[in-house]
Design a protein. Sequence first.
Length: 87
Amino acid sequence: MRNHGKKKITVGVEDTRTVRIPLKPGLSVLQCISGNAEVLECTHDRTSISITGLRPGVTTVCVIIGANGRPAMQLVYAVRVVEQDEE
């Protein structure tokens, strides 16, 4: 499985940011994993992830992408959750 780089995302506490993942035909998002479940919650559908900030902090989100239910690559996002007035 290949790592396709890191990206940075900032989201507010109790806000949700949706990130569309550009994928080639046949690929889909299989899983979205938060590095720290106390800081943020991550959900997904076939072509995007949604990140909801729970409390201020910094963590990572790993997105597993694959075809036919088999992992093929991963994306890693550095996520900073901030209070509303810091955005």
